[in-house]
Design a protein around this ligand. Sequence first.
Ligand SMILES: Cc1cc2nc3c(=O)[nH]c(=O)nc-3n(C[C@H](O)[C@H](O)[C@H](O)COP(=O)(O)O)c2cc1C
Length: 319
Amino acid sequence: MTDATCAVAVESTTHNSTIDPLLFRQLLGCFPTGVAVITTTAANGQPAGLTCNSFSSVSLEPPLVLFSLRKASSLVSTFAGAEAFAINILSQQQGALSGRFASSKITDKFQGVAWRKGPLGMPIIDDCLVSFECSVFARHEAGDHDIFIGEVKHMGQGCADQALVYYKGAYRMLAQSLRTLVVQGQLGSDDLDEAYRTLYGTLLRLACERSTEAELDAIELAADTIERHGPDDALALRIDSATRFFSAIAVAGHNEALTLMAQTMIAVLRERMTHVIPAGPRPDLFALRRKIVQGLRHRDPHGAASALDDLITQLREQA
Ligand SMILES: Cc1cc2nc3c(=O)[nH]c(=O)nc-3n(C[C@H](O)[C@H](O)[C@H](O)COP(=O)(O)O)c2cc1C
């Protein structure tokens, strides 16, 4: 991207009077973070925990750290009643653990996970990079999150030496190798197209069965946004809109493993649109996206998938 297009992207974002929550989230993702599983012990003695990347250091003396917890989380009352918590910083080998503790569908997140109690009785997960066991020092409400500040009482270091890093909605090792594959042209177009057709064909079928009307509205809104872009809109904004359309379809499919795969394919799309095929606006694709939305609205998986096929073919022909 040139400096000129970059300036347009920043300007058109900051001049907006409202901050779009989806874009805000996406832009926050440009700050690479580690990943931690924050654990505590519930009133019934059971261990509880969630994946967090909002962990941050606060003070050296006294030793304070913080994390923020979504008020909508099912663990809000558990943490509200807790006097202590532990921060388990994940290693590069613990990506699966991150997915497990981020899932709202898994009820017993500790099943099959090796852990022990720390001196304060908090769950310390085995093989983490580092663990901090903290007493609750303060709690503050902040928007849709609660900020928990902990005073570190005990800490320990594991044998792993590489942290799991989260960046732009994906784990960094994955994003990095994808970038290399895409930019160096090692991923063939035919293979990519086949992968998009297979993955999104399945997601569209699932979305026809499982999506809520609100999720279909989100897909349609993403299609609207793509059509509203002017020819002078920055490439970064157009990439965001294109990825939002595909992310919304993945969400509507209600399958976490496929959503993870879709995130990977969306990362590939971003890389391709940024470095390989930075195409201009494509009004010729508007009707095909509309047909996908229509197929979903009519709960017609064949109609939706065949419109997707046409979209991919057309994209390739004109690219
Ligand atoms: C990389 C990553 C970072 C996350 N960071 C936070 C966070 O800082 N605070 C939070 O409340 N949820 C965060 N989440 C989401 C929670 O892990 C997830 O909502 C929760 O564990 C699912 O259970 P719940 O639906 O009961 O909240 C994150 C998820 C991922 C994948």
